[in-house]
Design a protein around this ligand. Structure first.
Ligand code: AMP
Ligand code: MG
Length: 404
């Protein structure tokens, strides 16, 4: 058996090493239609107040509060988008609809339900004060106020805010362009019938989903053979366009494992083995022009766990996110775990609530080939190296994928 010449790097050290070498990509203006999920590159400041005009909060009558308790002549209407362009004189009122502009002269709105109408005369109860039932200009947002900070992730409310202040495009971090390659002569396209010894290329689709969730634009390179020259051609061609290369398979020490020598010939390999289970053969290299390469192990769970630990934070940094890691929470182990001698282990668990606590149950066999251990998992619990038993009921840190 060949032995890898790469030093075993501590998992946390390797994660830091990756992030230190990960550039933040540039930013550009992007139309709102393409903004969901992206990261704001600069503060957004309101150039005008919101609302821009005094806007009725209800359907009713606009009048002078001093006229409350009287019968008033209704002299016009201010509907949403169709203002009444004359001042409201003493002794008169304007019918107003939600979103309609409060006409000058008026200083309050009385709800439809609270008045009596007879012909064009409205009788308004006494005891109304100025300012009632309309939104004053700037009530939601003052001119010059910071609406969204740089680094904000753009979701529904953030995009709604930008649209409400009239911005049709926003400065956002560029999405990393990732070229994704599966390697291995045993792989066949999903949907084709595998011959004996062949398996469907499932990592491609798992990693595509993970990459998209992390905000990447993905180019699928398909299946690369276990043949150095063909692999090299595929990768070199793809790197002309891509910021990041992600491969799966071909990083262990078998004779057909060609990714490490390939990355060595193209750039600098910084990590070739990590003290991590699953995911020991994880490989990270920097390539010319600030590009990155991640050689993920072939076993399906190993490729996704190393993606979570190393690739996702890097892709988030590239886009300008400030929060790079998944949230972590202490959880109580609902089972007995045995730590690995020299590797941090991420075990896949489901979580349930017990009183105020989150309790972790194992998803079963933690074999790195068994994707069933990850499907439906709520978290990866971190079992520190050390060869000791970790008793049921102990607290461990959980990287949260989805809370139950
Ligand atoms: P390797 O690192 O290339 O030795 O692969 C380790 C294991 O992962 C082998 O059992 C491979 O068949 C499996 N594997 C590699 N690539 C894929 C893939 N794209 N989809 C599913 N399994 C894979
Ligand atoms: Mg292989």
């Amino acid at each position: 058996m060949r032995v890898s010449s790469y030093p075993l790097v501590d998992a946390d050290t390797a994660a830091l090493l990756v992030l230190e070498r990960t550039p933040v990509l540039g930013a550009g203006l992007v139309p709102l239609v393409d903004c969901p999920g992206r990261v704001l590159a600069e503060d957004v400041v309101a150039s005008a107040p919101l609302p821009a005009f005094p806007s009725s909060a209800v359907d009713g009558y606009a009048l002078r509060a001093a006229d409350a308790g009287k019968s008033l002549r209704v002299v016009g209407e201010s509907a949403a988008g169709r203002p009444f362009d004359h001042p409201v004189e003493p002794g008169t009122a304007i019918r107003i609809l939600t979103g309609g502009v409060l006409p000058s002269g008026a200083d309050c709105v009385v709800m439809l339900e609270d008045v009596q109408l007879s012909g064009d005369v409205v009788t308004v109860p006494a005891g109304r004060g100025p300012g009632q039932n309309f939104h004053a200009p700037g009530a939601d947002l003052r001119a010059g106020e910071r609406v969204l900070p740089a680094g904000a992730q753009l979701g529904a409310a953030e995009i709604g805010l930008a649209a409400a202040i009239g911005l049709a495009e926003l400065p956002v971090g560029r999405r990393p362009r990732v070229a994704l390659l599966s390697t291995g002569d045993e792989l066949v396209e999903v949907g084709k019938t595998p011959r004996r010894g062949q398996i469907p290329d499932s990592n491609r689709w798992a990693l595509l989903a993970a990459l998209r969730e992390a905000g990447a634009e993905v180019r699928l390179l398909g299946i690369g053979p276990d043949e150095p020259e063909a692999l090299r051609r595929l990768v070199v061609e793809a790197l002309a366009e891509a910021d990041v290369l992600v491969t799966s398979g071909g990083v262990s020490v078998g004779t057909h494992d060609l990714i490490k020598p390939l990355l060595e010939s193209l750039g600098d390999v910084h990590v070739g083995r990590v003290k991590l289970k699953p995911g020991k053969p994880f490989t990270f290299a920097t390539l010319p022009k600030g590009k990155l390469a991640f050689g993920l192990p072939g076993f399906p769970v190993s490729s996704l766990v190393t993606f979570e630990v190393f690739v996702r934070p890097a892709l988030r940094k590239m886009q300008g996110h400030t929060q790079l890691q998944r949230p972590t929470l202490p959880v109580r182990l609902g089972y007995e775990a045995r730590a690995t001698a020299d590797r941090t282990e991420y075990q896949r668990v489901t979580l349930h609530r017990d009183g105020g606590e989150l309790v972790a149950s194992s998803t079963g066999s933690q074999s790195s080939s068994r994707l069933m251990s990850l499907a439906g998992a709520h978290a990866l619990v971190r079992i520190p190296a050390g060869n000791q038993g970790i008793g049921k009921g102990s607290f461990v840190q959980a990287m949260i994928l989805a809370l139950p």
